[in-house]
Design a protein around this ligand. Structure first.
Ligand code: A2P
Length: 422
């Protein structure tokens, strides 16, 4: 234990405002509410943070993983951090400075421990997020942060198509961006972020907004240096009040040959397995279909070359068929290639269905896949479905006499259960 003096030094946990894409993952993950934000930055409260590291693995960009040595009497306040455009340079420390013991989550715990998702939920650890913090072991190695705020990539719009019927509320677009000769390697499940033009109410340039990539690693068009996004035009807030989504409206209105400012790629866990006999269970709603389209298309191209023979099972939730992005192409896929289950919640003359209802209905088949260690599950879409999906998976497992906490912990430890919800 270090006795605190004027020259005691602490490792202050900070978030790099230049890399952070304001996705809110860290704030949601922090088990002790040490992370907060304003309209400018996400920040860590030095009075609360205990260096438990729970927030580090889920951060898609690595912006969270910054530690600056400062005199403990001169830790950067929340106000300091809110005002930053970039991290401050390290300060010179007195020669007699003594590094303080890091505060820890629990007495006796290791300072700066590595989050261990293999522990059972029953042990009540702070690292009990629903999904894995590691990718499936066979996943290809992703590139992340190749382009940052200081080194922004420019892409050209080569296509922008409305995916949903003209006369329905949901206006969802398929947007294709081409990087020309600029290297922009991506994997299915990764995301990029885009800077909308203009400034916020305080006159600061808008922050970049994150979107999942909807195309496979070899391009929207095979062997082209391009990728696609699935973007829903935001016209209301969570409470249904009218609001104009800054970046989604910008993207949905883009014309061919317009250019956009891009950073990324991001994400090193929501990645598909890289084995020919992998099975993939995909559960999504609305634009959460983007990474599922990327993975399905990757498998479809591999199947053509006889390089993939695993099972694909998709649970896809939408209001009606007309509001389901990629409905036509999805329905044209062979039944022996992908097992498609559509959960329509507002289809006329049909009972309301959510994805979790269909998972229960297909329990025997889901269970058979889950028992195979080559199966990975991906969940993407509305935050609200997370609990429902977990409960449905619990039902699937427990109706066969197995214990969900054990199966759940194993799925996470093996990088076989992944969530991306918003
Ligand atoms: P709902 O008709 O109740 O809104 P959206 O079109 O808003 O992106 O939503 C996609 C689909 O997800 C819709 O069918 C919507 O149904 C459904 N949904 C809404 N809440 C949940 C939830 N908690 N779990 C699963 N699906 C949900």
């Amino acid at each position: 234990m270090t006795v605190e003096t004027a020259s005691t030094v602490m490792k202050q946990h900070l978030i790099d405002p230049e890399i952070c894409i304001r996705c809110n993952t860290c704030e949601e993950t922090c088990p002790i509410d040490a992370i907060t934000h304003d309209s400018n930055n996400y920040v860590v409260d030095p009075e609360i943070c205990n260096s438990c590291m729970a927030c580090v693995p889920p951060c898609p960009t690595g912006a969270i993983d910054n530690w600056l040595q400062v005199l403990s009497t001169e830790a950067y306040s929340l106000e300091d951090q809110f005002s930053w455009e970039e991290l401050p340079a390290p300060k010179e420390l007195p020669a007699d400075a003594v590094l303080q013991d890091a505060p820890v989550a629990e007495a006796g715990a290791e300072a700066f421990p590595v989050a261990d998702d293999s522990q059972s939920e029953l042990e009540n650890t702070p690292f009990t997020s629903a999904g894995a913090s590691i990718p499936p072991w066979s996943a290809a190695h992703p590139y992340v942060n190749l382009y940052t705020h200081k080194n922004v990539a420019t892409a050209t719009v080569v296509g922008n198509y409305r995916l949903t019927d003209e006369n329905c509320d949901n206006d969802i677009h398929h947007i294709v961006l081409d990087f020309g000769t600029l290297p922009f390697p991506v994997l299915e499940g990764q995301s990029i972020a885009i800077f909308p033009p203009g400034t916020d109410a305080a006159g600061r340039p808008y922050h970049a907004r994150q979107y999942s990539i909807a195309s496979p690693r070899d391009g929207e068009r095979p062997n082209y240096n391009n990728l696609s996004l699935t973007v829903k035009r935001v016209t209301t807030d969570f409470d249904g009040n009218p609001v104009r989504g800054v970046c989604s409206n910008y993207l949905c209105d883009l014309k061919k040959n317009d250019t956009v400012k891009v950073i990324g790629p991001f994400g090193n866990t929501f990645l598909m397995p890289n084995l020919p006999h992998s099975n993939i269970i995909m559960i999504c709603t609305g634009t959460g279909s983007a990474p599922m389209r990327a993975m399905t298309e990757r498998c479809r191209r591999l199947t053509k070359d006889k390089a993939f023979n695993g099972k694909l099972m998709l649970f896809f939730g939408a209001r009606t068929e007309h509001e389901l992005p990629y409905f036509g192409p999805l329905m044209n896929l062979p039944k022996d290639f992908i097992d498609i289950n559509l959960a329509l919640s507002r289809a006329p003359d049909k009972p309301k269905r959510y994805v979790q209802d269909l998972i229960r209905e297909r329990a025997a088949d889901v269970r058979a896949l889950l028992k195979d260690e080559n199966t990975t599950i991906y969940v993407c879409g509305l935050k609200g479905m997370e609990t429902g999906v977990l409960e449905a998976l619990k039902f699937v497992v427990e109706s066969d006499g197995q214990q969900w906490p054990e199966v759940h912990a194993q799925l996470k430890a093996q990088g076989r259960l992944h969530f991306e919800t918003y």
